[in-house]
Design a protein around this ligand. Structure first.
Ligand SMILES: Cc1cc2nc3c(=O)[nH]c(=O)nc-3n(C[C@H](O)[C@H](O)[C@H](O)COP(=O)(O)OP(=O)(O)OC[C@H]3O[C@@H](n4cnc5c(N)ncnc54)[C@H](O)[C@@H]3O)c2cc1C
Length: 246
């Protein structure tokens, strides 16, 4: 909850997203003990530290042959701050994900808005499924920043005007755009994260290329970097096998 009255809040503009790994129980050994129960039963926990090369080989075999369930015995919780249009895409991922997002009914929304940075390619060419994005001209870049900021300011003033007149937050928020930043906790496991990354990032090792919107890819890249440190063998096997979730 914020105590700052809306009238004191000045719009601010961001081009980045943030992803913080706030909680995890996730390691390659979580995959190994789950997989080895097949052949070792309850002794599988005792085998964890034995023969690292075999462990690497087992993880690669599970990934290659798409034995996916051993990759589910782990958990990662991320705190993500990104524009609403990113969350709208994100929450299409239903399986192996839990979400909690800040509420526009119970709190006054802060005026933080997304404006593309200089490296964000602005112009789309081609046809659906075959789009290519290219740099905008300096005039297009200037226009995009200016028009977005003006529009965001105008929308937030309308929001404030309604709140000041006593209109409920849940009604007034209808005027706010999808470029508004929101925050959420998203909890997943390695298998559901791999499925997400396969669809929402572009990568030279991907067997099946995907064409995600750049802003959700920015979130995916940050999640990927943090997950890679927790589960290096699983991460290497994911890449080596074409970045398809098992
Ligand atoms: C580049 C791109 C463009 C997209 N464009 C659009 C768009 O224009 N419009 C749009 O609406 N969406 C669009 N999407 C969203 C897309 O259709 C999926 O909703 C999203 O990627 C989540 O994928 P998923 O269903 O595989 O994931 P999850 O919901 O996490 O499901 C994981 C897997 O579980 C299985 N599964 C889950 N639910 C069911 C079910 N009900 N029945 C059978 N199997 C199930 C499937 O195997 C599925 O792959 C786009 C996604 C991408 C990556």
């Amino acid at each position: 909850m914020t105590d700052t009255p809306a009238a004191d809040l000045k719009p601010s503009f961001r081009s980045d997203v943030t992803v913080e790994l706030v909680k995890h129980t996730a390691s390659d050994t979580d995959v190994l003990f789950a997989a080895r129960v097949s052949t070792l039963g309850e002794q599988s926990l005792g085998e964890l530290q034995k023969d690292p090369e075999r462990s690497k080989g087992l993880i690669n075999y599970l990934m290659r042959d798409r034995h996916g369930s051993p990759f589910e015995h782990n958990s990662m919780t991320f705190l993500i701050s990104a524009p609403i249009f990113v969350f709208r895409e994100f929450m299409r991922h239903r399986v192996g994900w839990s979400y909690n997002e800040e509420s526009g009914r119970y709190r006054e929304l802060e005026p933080v808005f997304y404006v593309p940075g200089e490296s964000r390619k602005l112009v789309q060419e081609g046809r659906p499924g075959k789009y290519v994005f290219v740099e905008g001209t300096p005039a297009q870049q200037e226009l995009t920043g200016r028009v977005m900021e003006d529009s965001y300011r105008h929308a937030y003033e309308a929001y404030q005007e309604m709140l000041a007149a006593g209109v409920a937050r849940e009604v007034a928020r209808a005027v706010l755009p999808v470029g508004l930043f929101s925050s959420m906790y998203a909890t997943c496991n390695a298998r559901s994260l791999m499925h997400f990354l396969g669809l929402r990032t572009q990568h030279e090792q991907a067997k099946v290329p995907s064409f995600p919107q750049r802003e959700i890819e920015m979130v995916g890249e940050k999640m990927e970097a943090q997950w890679a440190e927790l589960m290096p063998l699983t991460y290497a096997a994911f890449n080596a096998n074409g970045r398809m979730a098992p």
